[in-house]
Design a protein around this ligand. Sequence first.
Ligand SMILES: [Zn+2]
Length: 245
Amino acid sequence: RTYALAKELALGGKGCDLHEGADVCTDSKHCQAWQSVEELKGKWGENFEKYYSKISQAVDSTRGLVMVYQDALILPVYHAISGGRTENSEDVWQKKIPYLRSVVSPGEEVASKYKTTVVVSQAEFVKKLKERQPSLKLTSNNILSEIKNIERTQAGHVKTLKIGDVTFEGKEIKELFGLNSTNFTFSEQKDDIVITVIGYGHGVGMSQYGANALAKDGKKFDEILKYYYQGIEIVKIEDLLKGKH
Ligand SMILES: [Zn+2]
């Protein structure tokens, strides 16, 4: 709701740049995900009633509420699994956003994708890196000893690392090998390189598994949001529009 409202043209938002004059579109990659009741029935099958009533309840019980920081709607980004600690915004996207701070996020270990591994042969590992960086000098021998200077964020995700004589960004490695996050380590197993990955997603803002753990711990929705979005307030849209906030 905060995200959709922030795009509204009448409120000074940018709207949807793919659909002229529109505030928001239903393309999840562009604006905001949206699915019809029929689509959801097809997707959830026999769980439809259960999931739909849960979502309806959440929407109804927070009706009209939005998140603001210093009287402005926030950018309420989220991800699936932080890996135990969320990211500072500037460590992922350069821009420092005051409410997107690194906080510990316990209880995520129950997620099936908390820890995943990707196994590639040494030859494939070298090939993929060279496709990206043709100048890279690297052979299949002693790959691990050629990986140096791993610089990590506060959350433990890889910012940059040096392989051979080339510096790569953690994001590049994530893309090249299809990793779930940039929080990874390398090990060797016979002729293979094993990449062990912790967490799922960019790690900024609210962790969905972390939020679920806090809720199971008895925390209320506002306490959870204020934990993952530091220093924010939750206000009524009408009060925001009247300038009371
Ligand atoms: Zn759009």
